[in-house]
Design a protein around this ligand. Sequence first.
Ligand SMILES: Cc1ncc(COP(=O)(O)O)c(C=O)c1O
Length: 356
Amino acid sequence: MPITFSPPLADARDFPAPGLSMLPTRPGAAHGSARTAPRGAGAVVPMSLARHALAFIGTAVLGAGCRVWLPAYHCPALVEPFIWAGCDIDFYPLNADLTPELSALTDDHRDRPAACVLVRYFGLDCAVERSAGQLRAAGYTVIEDLAHAAHAPALFGDYGVTSLWKFYPVQDGAELLIASHLPDFDRLRAAARAWLLPPLRWQALHLKQRLGQKFGSRRPGNFRYLQEHRLRAPMSRRTAGELIRHDHGALAARRRANFRALSAALAGAEIGTPLFGELGESEVPYIFPLLLHDNDGFGQLRNAGIPLYRWEELAASGCAVSRRYRSRLVQLPCHQDLTAANMAFLINSCGGKART
Ligand SMILES: Cc1ncc(COP(=O)(O)O)c(C=O)c1O
C-alpha cells in the first residue's frame, strides 16, 4: 500500500519570526580536531545528508522488496529514502519514553530478509543497545539512525547514519557508518564511495538542476523531503572544513549544560513537562523535547517568538504515542551558540524558573 503522511498542523507563515536560532550559526575557531568515529564503526563514509545515506542503504544493501521496520514516530525524511528504494515498509510502535516496542517484530515470521531502523531520538539512548542486540540475534539487519546523536560513543547496529547540520553551523553533512563486525565492510565502504559523484560531476549536475529550476524546465519531484538529483552528492568542502575547525568536546559540553538547565528550569512548568529528566553520561542532545499539556501550547510558544520543531507529518500507524506526540511534543533549541539571554528567554516563555 502506498504510504501517505498526515498533513502539517501549522504553517510557519502564521507566526512571527523566531527571536533566536533553532540551529547553531557560529563557525568553529580553527583549532579543533578530527571527529572521532563511534566504537564499533569500521568505516565512516562522508555524505551530504542522512536521508541520502539511508537511500544508499535502502538500495545497495537491502534492495527493493526487502521488509523494513521503521519507527511510527518519525519525520518523512527518514521514511522517504526507503520508499525511494522500493522497500516494503512497516511501522513499529514506541513507548512513551520513545524506546521501541518490538514485540511485533520478534513475532514476525519472516520468509525473507528484513531490516529495522532504530532511532536515538533527540540524542538520547532510547535503549538502542538492548534493541539492536535483540534484533541482530533474530536475524535482522539493524540500521541505527544517529541523525540526532552525532556524538554517540558506540555503534550497536550494522549501519549508522549521522546528520551533521543539526550539530554544526553548516548546510549539509552526514556520515554513513559501517560496523566493523560485518565481514565485508571493506567492500561496502568501497561501494558507498563509488555511489557518490565526484565533486566536479556533482557541481555540473547541480548547476543543470538550478538552471532547469530557473527556466521552468524541471519537473516537480516525487518526494517532499528527498530530492532525487541530490542523492549521490558528496559532502561539501565547506562542511568538511568546518568539521576540522570545530572543538567537538566544547560543543558537547555546552549542549549538555543547556539541556540540563532547561530540564531543571522547566520541571513543573505550566505549559508542559520535559520528556526526559536526566541525560546519560555520554549523551549529547540535539534538541530539548518538551511534552505540552495541551494542543494550544504550540501556538503560544511560537507567538512568543520561540523556534520549535514538531513532527506533524506521520505515516498512518496504530501507535497511540506517536498520534499524541504529533501535536504535543515540541523540540526546543539547546545548541552550543545559545547565549545566557537566549536561555532566559526560552525559560521565561515556557513559564519555567531558572535554577542556579
Ligand atoms: C530521525 C531523523 N532521521 C533522519 C533525518 C534526515 O536527516 P538529514 O536532514 O541529514 O537528511 C532526520 C531529520 O531530518 C531525522 O530527524
